[in-house]
Write a protein that binds this ligand. Sequence first.
Ligand code: AQP
Length: 329
Amino acid sequence: MRKRVFSGVQPTGRLTFGNYSTMRHWPKLADDHDCIYCVVDLHSVTITRKPEELRNETRKVFAALLALGIDPDRDIPFIQSHVPAHSELMWLLGCHTMFGELSRMTQFKDKSARHATNVNVGLFTYPVLQAADILLYDAHFVPVGEDQRQHVELSRDICLRFNGRYGDVLTVPEPLIKGAGARVMSLSEPSEKMSKSDPNENATLFVTDGRDTIVKKIKRAVTDSDGAVRYDTENKPGVANLMTLYHISTDKPFGEIEREFDGRGYGVFKAAVAEAVADCLTPVGQRLNEYLSDAAQLDALARRGAEKASERAVKTLERVYNAMGFYKC
Ligand code: AQP
């Protein structure tokens, strides 16, 4: 039996090179796994959204999944709110999640600090919905960036607690985190993660950025004064991050990158990084525009994905209701 993979992406803006770095692995996983990928629109309303913006961004991020190579005939791409079982399972799992566990989530602490006037209950219970997303599809593996490790580990703990009470009802998931590129950093603050919601445009490379914009942003990226292209995340975080961008775009190992730019200075290095990143992103941007130009096809693919996902989700939900002893007639 092929093992199953599930992952999701929030429609909270334009996808970044950080998202790309994690998500570029998703289509390849389908060679040996059954893959289900979701635009997690319910997750994205923990911050206040304009209705039109939410609708547009959900559509664009769904198109981006396809542009990245998720194949709707082989994989199951869909939109979370189209499958109501996610919210239903969330309630049941919430009754198996401890307040203390959720209080320890670093993303909750970070986001509460960033959105101090809107620390809503959804921000707190977000990881329970994520557990429902994963457990509904009996996923064995969850490919994510380093920032999501703690949430996937919590899903695993919730699952083990549930199975401990009711038998082997749910499949225990594991995070799948690829080493280099699992945490792409901001171009302006290399100690911070590159993020869609960073208000500083120059800190973030977007998948849809054109070549000139990429060159400009990378030229401005923070480095240091010693001029050596060396992979040292502690003492040279800006240079290490640019090396990571180059590694993701070219697949060259860090030792080879160091030799390639030995004694050539940051100007030459940055120009090469920008070209490599642009070569990598340009075809994705083109495919994205193609998908977005055919609204009827995109809607049909989203509907088909939701139907296929629902078939599976409903079966898991039934199993959970039965195991817990809900009366059915
Ligand atoms: N900087 C990053 N480096 C590597 N992987 C990353 N991911 C996010 N940022 C980086 C991974 O991309 C996948 C989809 O991310 P998401 O949109 O669902 O969630 P996020 O982690 O909240 O992404 P952002 O860009 O930081 O969005 P905002 O600003 O809205 O919070 C996930 O697997 C994630 O790990």
